[in-house]
Design a protein around this ligand. Structure first.
Ligand SMILES: C[S@@+](CC[C@H](N)C(=O)[O-])C[C@H]1O[C@@H](n2cnc3c(N)ncnc32)[C@H](O)[C@@H]1O
Length: 318
């Protein structure tokens, strides 16, 4: 059977890894955006995180999508153009693909090699489905390739990736999705809920240390790709729930006074000083619905798992 597959490279990171690292480490509070976690190794480590027993979101979201696929399709209708920013290994979209039976799929990711491999397998497994893999930084744009057929659109944004944005950026991103789906467009989005701190703490500090490896991989990237002079053993992973802000924060904490050097730039660290590498905001359902309404999405349906661990929302552009 034939496959229908095209690739579109918007070259999202050639310039930006160096720029983002130098800019981020020059700030008074050192911070590096989480999108830089995802080189090929970072993407594989993320897949491993999803297999850790403490990291409940993917397991719960998968169970929900499996159970809800037909209900979701009944509300969206079939034959929409399906777009997934940050597709990763595409395992979640597979759970709803047969029910939604989209007219085309536009998987987007910042990690091109990984995107290529994932899209190639996907196109083989769904020979009826045109796949237009698009390598892009979704925080800048959601470009839809010209050959994508006209028709109603649906953006799928699982994994609580919306939680990685601060509130202002999350609102901008929802507005970008709103513009991308246009009239009659819909958004299916998975969002982590607020819950007791010990559950959250365990999820981001798995016993096998995979989340720690994922976080520390940023330093490996700096050494390998930017020729950074950095003592890889002198930083440690730290993740904690900041209840006031309603978010998990992930940091790389310097274990000693030291200097990290990149291409003539020198970045001094005090002992205990950190690089803030990720936020993961948690939203109570009523909080998220009020928030999404601000970007002109109307509520169609939402579902919460029986333990209240995770929520999925279906919204329609108003
Ligand atoms: C947390 S994974 C989620 C994967 C998948 N959607 C899921 O829920 O299982 C995030 C994915 O988004 C990609 N990603 C992160 N930031 C991105 C950005 N700014 N632009 C495009 N892709 C991004 C990463 O490469 C990674 O594959």
């Amino acid at each position: 059977m034939s496959t229908q597959l095209s690739f579109h490279d918007h070259k999202p990171e050639t310039l930006s890894f160096y720029d983002a690292v130098v800019t981020g480490l020059s700030n008074k509070t050192k911070a590096i955006p989480p999108k830089l976690f995802y080189d090929e190794k970072g993407s594989k480590l993320f897949d491993l995180i999803c297999e850790q027993p403490e990291y409940y979101p993917p397991t719960v979201e998968r169970q929900m999508l499996t159970t809800l696929a037909d209900d979701i399709a009944a509300l969206t209708g079939q034959s929409r153009v399906l777009i997934e920013p940050g597709v990763g290994n595409a395992s979640k979209v597979r759970l709803i693909m047969d029910a939604l039976r989209p007219s085309a799929f536009v998987p987007m990711d910042i990690s091109f090699d990984y995107l290529k491999a994932v899209s190639t397998t996907l196109a083989k497994d769904y020979p009826w489905l045109p796949v237009h893999a698009t390598c892009v930084d979704f925080t800048h744009s959601l470009p839809i390739p010209h050959e994508v057929p006209p028709g109603k659109r649906l953006v799928f944004f699982p994994g609580s990736s919306i939680g990685n944005f601060c509130k202002a950026d999350a609102l901008n991103f929802l507005n970008l999705i709103h513009d991308t789906v246009g009239e009659d467009g819909m958004l299916l989005i998975g969002v982590d809920t607020k819950k007791p701190e010990p559950v959250l703490h365990a999820a981001y500090n798995d016993a096998a240390g995979i989340t720690a490896q994922f976080n520390l991989n940023l330093l490996h990237r700096m050494r390998d790709e930017l020729d950074a002079q950095v003592d890889l053993n002198a930083f440690e992973h730290n993740a904690f729930y900041n209840a006031q802000a309603g978010r998990i924060e992930m940091h790389l904490v310097s274990q000693q006074r030291q200097e990290l050097r990149i291409n003539g730039h020198r970045f001094p660290f005090d002992k205990g000083e950190s690089v803030h590498t990720e936020n993961s905001y948690k939203y109570a359902p009523e909080e998220f619905l009020a928030f999404s309404a601000q970007s002109h999405f109307d509520h169609v349906a939402h579902w919460v798992d029986p333990q209240g661990l995770f929520a999925i929302y279906l919204l329609k552009a108003s």
